[in-house]
Design a protein around this ligand. Sequence first.
Ligand SMILES: Cc1cc2nc3c(=O)[nH]c(=O)nc-3n(C[C@H](O)[C@H](O)[C@H](O)COP(=O)(O)OP(=O)(O)OC[C@H]3O[C@@H](n4cnc5c(N)ncnc54)[C@H](O)[C@@H]3O)c2cc1C
Length: 481
Amino acid sequence: MDLSREGIVEGLEQILGPENVVTDEELLKQRSIDNFRKLENIFGVYTLPPPAAVAMVRSTRQVADVLAFADAHGVNVVPRTGGTATEGGLETVVANSIVLDGSGMDQILSIDAYNMQATCQCGVPLQALEDRAREQGLTTGHSPQSKPVAHLGGLVATRSIGQFSTLYGGIEDMVVGLEAVFPGGEVARIKNVPRRAAGPDIRHVVIGNEGALCFITEVTVKLFPYLPENNVFLGWTLKNMKTGFEVLREVMVNGYKPSVARLYDPEDGALHFSGFAAADDCVLLFMAEGAAGIARATAEGIGEIVGRHPECAQVDSGLIETWFNDLTWGPDKITREDERIRTTRNVNRTTEVSADWSSINDIYEAALGRIRREIPDLTVLGGHSSHSYINGTNMYFNYFYDLVDCGPEEEVTKYYLPIISIICEETLRHGGSIVHHHGIGKARAPWVKDEYGSSYSMLEKLKHAFDPNGVMNKGTIIPQR
Ligand SMILES: Cc1cc2nc3c(=O)[nH]c(=O)nc-3n(C[C@H](O)[C@H](O)[C@H](O)COP(=O)(O)OP(=O)(O)OC[C@H]3O[C@@H](n4cnc5c(N)ncnc54)[C@H](O)[C@@H]3O)c2cc1C
């Protein structure tokens, strides 16, 4: 880098105007991290170098100008929109980075009910798009728990997935076309067509790039009819996760497409279902939706499959609906959880992986067994499967621990990384993927070579081709040497 901190700020002010360049010290500290080091934010103890500035961009032209400036001077750029990242993707690991904040690009550009697609700038909160779509009887079908706070740019950049994924898919199934700006300032638009066979699908260079290849400025996603009046909720308790995985498998391989298909183990389930489930109960639940006939047939088919497993005891569907209506995390719930951690020093973390049907139960048992044996001070350890496919499913490990003899800034190294290590090792040993939907970020970058195996060279070549000077989000996806 050939510029001082002051030189970077001055350059940004020339491009964006001083009013769009944030240099407030406290805000810069907060912008040096995300939920990976959330305890640093909660306790106000920061360990990473703060960025030189947060650049608030309002247009594709401004994004291009900032990226050209950063590339010319070798300044690290960390793209950002909703700020809900969980894996360190927003961390500024080198001094004097630029945080490129697209949250001001918040225009919904079109809702095209005839072609069933909507186009938004990157800083549109998903909830805002969903609300506008519903005014026309439509839905995006995308419902991550962070829906009220995550933005379209970040949702695409992380390959996010929502609660209704078993029917609508992940974001990669929803993105029709997009616009992105590459280092140096080159703007690329990928047009909106239902499908094409014109060579490799270059959308996938952008989807999931986690800000390590380019900055996403605009996204077009599919829309679907919104028919909540047809929703059917179904739930059962049972004693074994293995049976639960088998029921999920049978539902999927028989071609049913519930929007929600979940299996909770007893410890994770107790956080939600203690009103009706016994302490040693697993909980299996589904939601069927869509056109009335489809929702009804899906619910009937699932009932028939679960009915072949006498271990499963049906629960009142109203209980499942009540649980379902409180699933998303808005700013209030996030603030309450931060306050709980600050006052109790009891920390909640999650890690999600995926694997085929043959391996998922082995991964679940092996990881839980090792975490219990090797990690002290756990107060809750469990998990659930929440996204199923014809060939496998995910496992979302959910764990709490008390901070004992440890400052908030040591939590990541003393507790969180050792737990992630076990989960990654056991998942890789059984042939699964170490990341189902939160992205690799910096938290899981140490395992990325093992995750990719012999295809890692393709990933490295992509990085070198699109970001030859290495200015995009250093340490994210590709570990820093
Ligand atoms: C309470 C809570 C619940 C969650 N639930 C879910 C869930 O159900 N499903 C799920 O998939 N995830 C979930 N997440 C994780 C998170 O919300 C997602 O990863 C989301 O996609 C991030 O979007 P964002 O706008 O907040 O992005 P940010 O946090 O701003 O950024 C995330 C990553 O994307 C990059 N990025 C951001 N904007 C751009 C851009 N315009 N161009 C290029 N790169 C960019 C950043 O550099 C970073 O690496 C949850 C997080 C929280 C805190």
